[in-house]
Design a protein around this ligand. Sequence first.
Ligand SMILES: C[S@@+](CC[C@H](N)C(=O)[O-])C[C@H]1O[C@@H](n2cnc3c(N)ncnc32)[C@H](O)[C@@H]1O
Length: 219
Amino acid sequence: MTRLRAKRHIPERMERCAGRWFSTPATNKGKWREVCGFPSDCELYLEIGCGKGKFCCETALNNPDALYIALERESSVILAAIEKAESLQIPNLFFVNSDAKYLDDYFEEGEVNRIYLNFSDPWTRKKKPKRRLTYRDFLKVYEKIMVPGGQVRFKTDNDMLFDFSLTEFKECGFVLSEVTRDLHNSEYDGDNIRTEFEQKFADQGIPIKRCVATSGKSA
Ligand SMILES: C[S@@+](CC[C@H](N)C(=O)[O-])C[C@H]1O[C@@H](n2cnc3c(N)ncnc32)[C@H](O)[C@@H]1O
């Protein structure tokens, strides 16, 4: 009942944070930096499936010169992220409440410097691999909207999804680095920012898998 009541107020609460998210993101295609009031040469980082926003809020606060766009398809979830960014008054973080399958409509070729995929849904049933955010059709779009040498930074708790993703990255011409199956006990944990799901899995003793996939696209 409480949950239903909270959900009923989503439009009003979204409206209260109107400057923080874009209802027609396709109109920003090719001009995100300009629309958000950032220099044309600043880095643009995109998080796909940002959940309740812990990662994008902390990362944006740590890197005030970069512009962050966080995408999440669940409105009740992204609302928490938007309200978090508002309460912290983070100037360089904006949101899009939509599905990754429309990315090509929202971003111009070569507009994005880096993509973060944190604890994406694994879609474990055999017939659903095309829904995984590291399925090759998604990787081709990421490569298109990223600059040459752009990076996808990927973290997961799920061994099957990690193995699947490493194969997909390689087959799509991405170059892999910083590959670890135990991030929190690795040399790459120094500046790692934990997401909500990451903290939950770490508390359960589940090792976190992580890699960086660099686009092989040439300039
Ligand atoms: C398991 S949660 C992880 C949330 C957060 N990244 C974290 O690590 O705490 C996955 C999130 O991705 C979102 N998501 C899954 N598929 C998506 C898609 N195709 N487009 C946008 N968001 C998606 C889900 O709604 C969910 O909030």
